[in-house]
Design a protein around this ligand. Structure first.
Ligand SMILES: Nc1ncnc2c1ncn2[C@@H]1O[C@H](COP(=O)(O)OP(=O)(O)OP(=O)(O)O)[C@@H](O)[C@H]1O
Ligand SMILES: [Mg+2]
Length: 496
C-alpha cells in the first residue's frame, strides 16, 4: 500500500461531508474516485493535499503515519496534484514553470541559476510524457492540454510518487483528453501511482485498475475495474440503475424561434446562417476551437459582430451587449462558469435571481421572501446539493455550481436558450435532470440550442445538428442522418 486513508471524517459548519472514509491506494495503480456531484471526492483530495484539515482519522504513507497540515507537507511526502484550474504562469517558459519554487542553482556560485540544466531536465521530463517540446516555449503559447502536461512534468520534477488528478479532462478537447489518457497509461508503465477523478465513465473504464465509489460522503465499495461494467458503476454510484441516459421526447416542429442571417464575426470570416425552431433541440457539434463558443458569445452580444442580422420569432434584434440580448429573450449558459457564470462570493439565492431582479422586486425593493421561494424551487427541480440557499456558491461542488448556472438562466424566462457544454463536470444522474429540463423548455415553446463536444450527448439529445469547422457551418443534419462518422467528417472539414 502506498497511501491509506483510515476513518477519515470531515464536516463543514455542522454538515457531515465525509463519514468514516477508508480507502487504500496500491503502489502503481490508477485508482478512480467515482461519485455524484457533491459526493465528497474533491474534499478527500483536499484533505490528502493539505488544503483542508480532517476532523478525525489518519493517513498512512508506505505504512507509516503521515501528518499533513499544509500543502508543502504533501509535496514533501511525494504527493503531487493537478487541479482543474492550472497554476502555471503564462508569461514564463515551460522550463521556468516546471522549476518554479525549486530552481536549480549552479554549485559553488551562490544564487546563480543553472538555466541549462533546468532546460535539459524540463525537456527530458516532457519527453517522459511523450512530448517533444522546446523548453523555452512560453506557457501562453500552449493549449490547455499541453499546459496540463507541464503541470504533470512539474510533479515529476518534484519526485512525486503519487499524482492526483481531479477532473483533468473536463476542460479538454477530445484530442487533448486522448493525449492525457495516453500519458497516464505511460506514467503507469513507469510505475507511477495515480488517483483519478472523472465523470466520464468510458475513460474510467479504460485507464483505471480499481474504482472506489462514494455516495453522500460515504464509501460504498472498492471494485476491480476489469470486473465491473459501466452500468454497474452507475448503479453503485446513484443507488439505482439508470435505464435511459438520454430521455428524448419528440415534439412537433413549430415556428422559427431564432434565426441568424449572413452573420460574420470579422470581415474575412465565413458567413453563418442557421435557424432554430420550436419543438426541437438544435445541437451544434464540432471540435474544440471550431468557433462555436465565439459564435455564441457574439450572438449574445458579449463580443462584437461584424455584419449580419439576428431574429427572435421573426423580429429583427439589435444586440450590442448582453443586456440587449437578455431583453431580446436570449439566455446564454456559458461553459466557463467560474469566470462568466457565477458570483462565487454570493449565495445561491443571489446568483439565481440576479439575472432578473425585477421578478423578485416589489415596489422597487427586492422581496427577500420571493427570492427565497424561487431559489428553493430550483434547488428542488435540479436536485442541487446541499439544499442550502444561503451557502456561498464557491463552497458548492463543481457539478452543483454548474447546476446553479443553469438555474440562474432558467429563471429569466428567456425565449431562446443557448447552452455551451452544459453537462461538463456533471454526474450521469444530474445529466439526465439537465436533459429533462431541456425537454420541458422545448415543451414550453422555447428555442433550445446546445453546443457540445461530446458526440454521444449531441446524438442523444438533438433533433437536428449543425457541425462547425474553422468558423464555418459544414453540415446541417437531421437526427436520422446523423452519426459519429458523418459528424466527425464535417467537423474535420470533410477530410476524415
Ligand atoms: N468549504 C466548504 N464549506 C462548506 N461546504 C463545503 C465546502 N467544501 C465542500 N463543501 C461541501 O462538501 C460536499 C462535497 O463536496 P466535494 O467538492 O467534495 O464534492 P465532489 O464529489 O468533488 O463533487 P463534484 O463531482 O461536483 O466535483 C458538497 O456538499 C459541498 O457543498
Ligand atoms: Mg469535485
Amino acid at each position: 500500500m502506498l497511501l491509506e486513508l483510515k476513518n477519515i471524517s470531515k464536516a463543514f459548519s455542522g454538515v457531515q461531508v465525509l463519514h468514516d472514509m477508508n480507502i487504500d491506494i496500491k503502489k502503481g495503480e490508477v485508482h478512480v474516485l467515482l461519485g455524484e456531484n457533491g459526493a465528497g471526492k474533491s474534499t478527500i483530495i483536499k484533505i490528502i493535499t493539505g488544503a483542508y484539515q480532517k476532523d478525525t482519522g489518519e493517513l498512512k504513507w508506505k505504512g507509516e503515519n503521515l501528518v499533513i497540515n499544509k500543502p508543502s507537507d504533501a509535496i514533501n511526502a511525494g504527493i503531487g496534484t493537478i487541479y482543474q484550474e492550472l497554476n502555471l504562469i503564462p508569461e514564463l517558459s515551460i522550463a521556468e514553470n516546471i522549476f518554479l519554487g525549486h530552481e536549480k542553482k549552479r554549485s559553488g556560485k551562490f544564487s546563480l541559476l543553472d538555466r541549462s540544466t533546468m532546460k535539459n531536465e524540463a525537456k527530458q521530463l516532457m519527453e517522459r510524457l511523450g512530448q517533444d517540446v522546446d523548453p523555452d516555449e512560453l506557457i501562453q503559447n500552449l493549449g490547455v492540454g499541453q499546459q496540463q502536461l507541464v503541470e504533470i512534468a512539474k510533479a515529476l520534477s518534484l519526485n512525486c510518487e503519487l499524482i492526483i488528478m481531479d477532473e483533468p479532462t473536463s476542460s479538454l478537447s477530445e484530442r487533448e483528453a486522448e493525449q492525457l489518457l495516453v500519458t497516464i497509461e505511460r506514467l503507469k508503465k513507469q510505475g507511477m501511482t495515480i488517483i483519478y477523478i472523472s465523470h466520464r465513465l468510458e475513460e474510467i473504464k479504460r485507464i483505471s485498475d480499481r474504482i472506489t465509489i462514494l455516495r453522500d460522503g460515504s464509501k460504498i465499495r472498492t471494485v476491480d475495474t476489469a470486473a465491473t461494467s459501466i452500468d454497474e458503476m452507475i448503479a453503485l454510484m446513484v443507488g439505482r440503475s439508470l435505464d435511459n441516459k438520454f430521455p428524448k421526447i419528440q415534439f412537433e416542429k413549430g415556428k422559427e424561434v431564432f434565426s441568424v442571417k449572413n452573420v460574420k464575426l470579422t470581415p474575412d470570416a465565413p458567413e453563418i446562417n442557421f435557424s432554430a425552431y420550436q419543438g426541437e433541440i438544435l445541437g451544434i457539434s464540432g471540435l474544440v476551437g471550431a468557433g462555436r463558443t465565439e459564435l455564441a458569445r457574439a450572438l449574445f452580444g458579449a463580443d462584437p459582430i461584424y455584419s449580419g442580422e439576428v431574429f427572435v420569432f421573426g423580429e429583427k434584434q439589435h444586440i450590442r451587449n448582453p443586456i440587449d440580448a437578455i431583453k431580446a429573450g436570449l439566455a446564454f449558459i456559458s461553459e466557463n462558469r467560474k469566470e462568466e457564470g457565477l458570483f462565487l462570493d454570493q449565495s445561491l439565492t443571489f446568483n439565481k435571481t440576479i439575472t432578473k431582479l425585477n421578478k423578485v422586486k416589489s415596489k422597487g425593493l427586492i422581496n427577500v421572501r420571493k427570492q427565497k421561494e424561487v431559489a428553493e424551487k430550483y434547488i428542488k427541480d435540479l436536485s442541487i446539493r446541499p439544499n442550502n440557499i444561503n451557502l456561498f456558491v464557491k463552497y458548492f461542488s463543481g457539478g452543483n455550481q454548474q447546476k446553479v448556472v443553469i438555474a440562474k438562466w432558467l429563471f429569466t424566462d428567456a425565449k431562446v436558450f443557448i447552452f455551451d457544454e452544459p453537462t461538463r463536470g456533471i454526474d450521469v444522474g444530474a445529466k439526465v435532470e439537465v436533459y429533462k429540463l431541456m425537454n420541458s423548455l422545448v415543451e414550453e415553446g422555447a428555442g433550445v440550442i446546445v453546443i457540445s463536444s461530446e458526440l454521444p450527448e449531441i446524438l442523444g439529445i438533438s433533433d437536428r445538428i449543425i457541425v462547425m469547422h474553422e468558423g464555418k457551418i459544414t453540415a446541417n443534419l437531421n437526427r436520422d442522418e446523423a452519426n459519429q462518422e458523418v459528424i466527425m467528417k464535417a467537423a474535420t472539414g470533410g477530410c476524415s
